[in-house]
Design a protein around this ligand. Structure first.
Ligand code: NAD
Length: 342
């Protein structure tokens, strides 16, 4: 037992260091697959021995501390994590469906659950607040409860509307308050071009699109952000006030976000039951190398907002969503640290 307790302690210290390098400094020193492997080992120990779980465990926390250089933003609705399914085979999708059905106390004869399946973009989560249709604040996720105010930087990203578009005929009326949550990321071709430019200038090249995008958003000088080619996909909502026609499905919300003028990824599907999730996972597996941007797996979300509410949350993640990854392609190599440049 003391060996196990020692191992849990070692994992916590290592994971907390990796999380700080990744979330706070945007400069990871190990590949994600290695972080995920250690995270799952700690989770398994804590599940078997809850008495070994401590309050500083990375399994209980979201992201990293916001940097003091930025104004803090309190998230009225926390920006949570998503549980990662440990089984990367198709069984992982079936296991998630089974867990949802169990939570909802459904029997085999009950109808299949409808899911919204989408890509897990590999970038930085952002919450965009619109009041009367105008972008007033943009914040990072930070530790989930408090993020960093990066409004001036986000304003430089051309794909993010400064004002919501009112759809023709007023079918989608602009809400009083709308927080749109989504991912800022960098396309692979933009990343290559950026590095080509760095080489021409004799400057240091960047390590990967994810950390380059995250580092670009968390700059103190918006001019630096503006010089980096960033893209955005919307995937959800935070606070909403005064939206009479708010859709009652996740897929309906994504369609409305597209109407408001946000880029929403087309590689999304509404599917029925675990079988539908398996088919989506396989479809994305076949095309992921050819995508113009990196992904970190796929995400399955229960499509009905009423069922999402019924399912609710665990400490750091909703019960109605899961991330399903693909077998890791990265070898364990030490990633060259990049400067945060703030
Ligand atoms: P997470 O696994 O908690 O998932 C939630 C995040 O997914 C959201 O905040 C959002 O940014 C993102 N996301 C992308 N597409 C989405 C979609 N369609 N719908 C909803 N959310 C979507 O995210 P995390 O805590 O940022 O962890 C991501 C990965 O970071 C982990 O899998 C881990 O491998 C990696 N990580 C690596 C290191 C390292 O040292 N290499 C350290 C910490 C974390």
């Amino acid at each position: 037992m003391s060996d196990l307790s020692q191992r849990a302690d070692e994992l916590r210290r290592t994971l907390n260091r990796y999380a700080h390098e990744y979330y706070v400094l945007d400069a990871p020193t190990v590949p994600d697959a290695e972080y995920d492997r250690l995270f799952q080992e700690l989770q398994a120990i804590e599940l078997a021995h809850p008495e070994l779980r401590t309050v500083d465990s990375p399994t209980l926390r979201v992201g990293g501390q916001p940097l003091p250089q930025f104004e803090p933003v309190t998230h009225q609705i926390p920006m949570l994590s998503i549980r990662t399914e440990t089984d990367v085979s198709e069984q992982g999708a079936l296991a998630f469906d089974a867990s949802v059905r169990k939570e909802l106390e459904l029997s085999a004869s009950d109808a299949a659950i409808e899911y919204a399946a989408e890509l897990k973009f590999d970038g930085l989560a952002i919450s965009l607040r619109y009041e009367d249709g105008v972008l007033v604040q943009a914040a990072t996720r930070g530790d989930g409860a408090t993020g960093e105010d990066v409004t001036q930087n986000i304003r430089t990203i051309k794909q993010i509307p400064l004002r919501l578009r009112e759809s023709a005929g007023g079918a989608v009326l602009v809400p009083k308050v709308l927080e749109v949550r989504g991912e800022v990321y960098m396309r692979r071709d933009d990343f290559e071009q950026l590095n080509a430019r760095q080489r021409e200038l004799g400057e240091k090249t960047f390590v990967n699109p994810r950390n380059t995008a995250a580092g670009a958003v968390r700059q103190l000088d918006p001019k630096i952000t503006a010089a980096r080619p960033l893209s955005f996909y919307g995937y959800g909502l935070g606070v909403v006030e005064g939206w009479d026609l708010q859709p009652d499905t996740h897929s309906g919300i994504l369609a409305a976000l597209a109407e408001f003028g946000f880029p929403v990824c087309d590689i999304r599907e509404v599917v029925q039951g675990g079988v539908g999730l398996v088919a989506y996972h396989a479809r994305v597996a076949a095309l992921r190398d050819d995508l113009p941007f990196d992904i970190d797996g796929v995400v399955y979300k229960v499509n009905s907002i009423a069922l999402q509410r019924q399912l609710g949350f665990r400490t750091r993640e909703p019960r109605w969503a899961v991330a399903h990854k693909y077998p890791a392609q990265e070898a364990l190599t030490v990633v060259e640290a990049i400067d945060i440049q703030v």
